[in-house]
Design a protein around this ligand. Structure first.
Ligand code: GDP
Ligand code: MG
Length: 441
């Protein structure tokens, strides 16, 4: 999205104010980005409608940096929808033994998530947890939960062959009461698709257990189908929240927005891997960034705004876009970096720059190193700064001596300047100039 918006916003900035047509053009891109992130069509449409209204209205009051404004409006609205009223972080487990019902399609990650949450409750809240598998369909399903239970040190209900799901639920309730457990978790069977048999079974279990929480587990990689699944389960069984699994994968997490928008039910947790600790409380900011695919660009914009002078930044940007990046530019950048809290923190916020940030860290890009580099640049003549290619051995010796350093250090600086010049050229070609420009203003 950032690539696309880069182009659109470039046009926006040049005009200085948001017209309705500008907003429409930008919103077309936002809509495509949402669909690419697997947000369902009606939800994407609706979202764009809301944001359009807000963006068009906002332009009247603030017209200095319309592009940034649109980015921020889109981002803020995304968070607002994803977050909703603000979901409770903790599971409701008062009145022991509190039943938690886990529902969802087969393979969505119910059993894994049941164990992850049980471990969380045990480790963080010191709760006594009992887990029971109600999955009588798949022969290995009950053993799977028992093995996980052993692994994390959480009790599981002994397996009694021949029982149906409702009978197991009853026995779990009994055992949890007698055994003095705080919580008992019911891991139900799934189906490949929603069907009547599954819904009947889950309803029957719900009626027996009367759960405090009914969590729908959904594979974060499912796209459009997520809405149907969530609507069905919520309508037939009633859910108190959603757990989005496989968010460690390539999925963009659009399912979260769809389900949230359609059911109004909060996303409570996200699964981030197969390991028992790979679960986290849902963070709307992270998922919003992921859906938009733009890193924490909003924070970057805000931070850059505080520090950079617009005029200077514009001048620099024009040069960068042409692929011009000499020692004066480097010095400028180094000094700005010092103000903004180091290169790592800046690059960490830019999409696709995580790797470069790591490299910068490895290269010793701390404040002290930056000061030394600035000293080297200061030791150059005006002509040398503007045209670093002219630096031959004798000039290098003089510059290094002037800064009290050796030539090797100067060579490293020159290499860095070359790399950055190359990067600027590439960024310019990739059409990210617009994005960078946003960032620098
Ligand atoms: P169930 O049929 O709904 O009970 O699904 P399972 O809990 O058995 O999970 C199916 C597969 O998905 C297993 O191999 C799990 O290890 C895997 N899985 C579950 N949650 C996650 C997750 O958050 N990330 C990843 N990468 N794999 C997961
Ligand atoms: Mg299972």
């Amino acid at each position: 999205l950032s690539d696309r918006l880069g182009g659109v916003f470039d046009r926006l900035t040049k005009q200085g104010a948001l017209s309705e047509d500008d907003v429409t053009a930008a919103m077309r891109e936002v809509r495509v980005a949402l669909l690419e992130a697997d947000v369902s069509l009606p939800v994407a449409r609706n979202f764009v409608k809301t944001v359009t209204a807000k963006a068009t209205g906002a332009a009247v009051t603030k017209s200095i940096t319309p592009g940034q404004q649109v980015v921020k409006i889109v981002h803020d609205e995304l968070i607002k929808v994803l977050q909703g009223e603000g979901a409770p972080d903790a599971l409701r487990i008062d009145n022991p033994p509190a039943p938690i019902l886990m529902v969802g399609l087969q393979g969505s990650g119910k059993t894994t998530t049941t164990a992850k949450l049980a471990k969380r409750l045990k480790d963080r809240e010191k709760k006594r947890v009992l887990m029971a598998s109600l999955d009588t369909n798949r022969p290995a399903a009950m053993e799977q939960l028992a093995i996980l239970g052993q692994q994390i040190g959480v009790d599981t209900l002994p397996i009694v062959p021949g029982e149906n799901a409702v009978q197991i639920a009853r026995r779990a309730k009994q055992q949890a009461t007698l055994g003095g457990y705080d919580v008992y978790m019911l891991d139900t069977a799934g189906r490949l698709h929603i069907d009547q048999v599954l819904m009947d079974e889950v309803q029957a279990v719900r009626d027996v257990a009367n759960p405090r929480e009914t969590l729908l587990v959904v594979d974060g990689l499912t796209g459009q189908d997520a809405v149907n699944v969530a609507t069905e389960f919520d309508g037939k069984v009633g859910i108190s929240g959603v757990v989005l699994t496989r968010m460690d994968g390539d999925g963009r997490g659009g399912a979260a927005l769809s389900m949230r928008a359609v059911t109004g039910k909060p996303i409570r947790f996200v699964g981030l891997g197969e390991k028992m600790d790979a679960i986290e409380v849902f963070d709307a900011h992270r998922v919003a960034g992921r859906i938009l695919g733009m890193g924490d660009i909003v924070a970057l914009v805000e931070k850059a705004q505080e520090v950079l002078e617009v005029e200077q930044a514009e001048r620099m940007m024009k040069r960068f876009q042409k692929g011009q990046f000499n020692m004066n530019d480097l010095k400028n950048q180094l000094e700005q970096m010092q103000k903004m809290g180091g290169m790592q923190s800046i690059m960490g916020m830019m999409p696709g720059m995580g790797k470069m940030a790591k490299q910068a860290e490895a290269a010793g890009f701390d404040d002290k190193a930056i000061r030394r580099q600035v000293a080297l640049v200061n030791s150059m003549t005006k002509k040398e700064r503007a045209n670093p290619d002219m630096l031959q051995a004798s000039r290098k010796k003089r510059i290094a001596a002037g800064a009290g350093m050796d030539v090797a250090e100067l060579n490293r600086l020159l290499k860095m300047q070359k790399q950055m010049a190359d990067t600027m050229k590439k960024l310019g070609k990739m059409g990210k100039g617009g994005m960078l420009k946003q960032a620098m203003r």
